[in-house]
Design a protein around this ligand. Structure first.
Ligand SMILES: NC(=O)c1ccc[n+]([C@@H]2O[C@H](COP(=O)([O-])OP(=O)(O)OC[C@H]3O[C@@H](n4cnc5c(N)ncnc54)[C@H](OP(=O)(O)O)[C@@H]3O)[C@@H](O)[C@H]2O)c1
Length: 253
């Protein structure tokens, strides 16, 4: 049967794959035939996700703390030496620092920008170096609707995700010369540990008010994984530099 998003023989690195959205992305892409390299800091969690991956291919995991930006180049080299050049990279790493502007401080903002934005840019720079990627490579960053709509106590997080969208538009222009497509997906509320922490922080009424505008209801990690599967597949050949909301209508008014 014809499969529009056939990922057989594709080697895809999923960074931030130990839980939540990244975990589901890795599982979905493996179901579609890809060989997956899982990455994040927590080895135990990565081993657990590795057990859930499907297919007859040799999936791997590698530990990395994205805050160590100068280690990313070596990290990519090690992966490529082990399994060969990559066909895709999904960047799901994300942290929040939900605090009002008056309570913000330089180190909190720096940490969010480092992990959510600088880590992404450095990862893209390294995976797109000669020898590290195959022709037709696809890159997807997990952004957020917070990149496009403001909210209380979200300054650093919104800036990091808007930065990702902006960086992608410029990188798309440069990477087109190499035949590489790069896009982001912007989820609204998706039921994961990160969302539960946010909802506990803003209280029931705050979370409910936000969800009222998410007309199709709260999302699950599969909703994001399905969008990523399409963008990372050969079927998305002519799509680059865009941010695709997966938001149940949240941004529609
Ligand atoms: N859930 C939502 O409602 C929602 C909405 C919009 C956007 N998003 C975005 O979607 C992405 C995934 O969110 P989620 O809800 O699945 O979050 P999550 O459950 O908190 O997962 C975050 C992932 O990032 C990894 N990570 C965090 N810091 C890291 C570091 N310094 N180095 C390497 N890996 C690191 C974590 O792994 P380790 O702890 O093992 O390192 C984990 O795998 C994030 O970028 C988030 O901003 C989520």
């Amino acid at each position: 049967m014809f499969n529009l998003v056939d990922l057989k023989d594709k080697k895809i690195l999923v960074v931030g794959a130990s839980q939540g959205i990244g975990e589901q992305i890795a599982i979905t892409l493996s179901r579609l035939g890809a060989q997956i390299v899982l990455a994040s800091r927590n080895e135990e969690k990565l081993k657990n996700v590795l057990q859930k991956l499907e297919g007859e291919v040799d999936h791997q995991y590698v530990c990395i703390d994205i805050k160590e930006l100068d280690q990313i180049e070596k990290f990519i080299k090690e992966i490529v030496n082990k399994i060969g050049s990559l066909d895709g990279m999904v960047y799901c790493v994300g942290i929040t620092s939900d605090r009002p502007l008056s309570m913000s401080n330089i180190s909190a903002v720096t940490e969010v920008l480092q992990v959510n934005l600088q880590g992404f840019i450095e990862m893209v720079r390294c995976v797109t170096k000669k020898g590290n990627y195959n022709m037709g490579m696809r890159i997807v960053g997990i952004s957020s609707t917070s990149s496009l709509r403001g909210g209380k106590a979200h300054t650093a997080y919104s800036a990091s995700k808007a930065g990702m969208n902006g960086a992608i538009r410029s990188m798309a222009v440069e990477l087109a010369e190499k035949g590489i497509c790069i896009n982001s997906v912007a989820p609204a509320a998706i039921r994961t540990e990160m969302y539960e922490k946010y909802a506990n922080g803003v209280g029931k009424s705050g979370a409910t008010n936000k969800l009222k505008r998410q007309y199709l209801g709260i999302g699950v990690p599969e909703d994001v994984a399905n969008a990523v599967a399409f963008l990372i597949s050969p079927a998305a050949r002519l799509i680059t530099g865009v941010c695709l909301p997966v938001d149940g209508g949240y941004l529609s008014n």
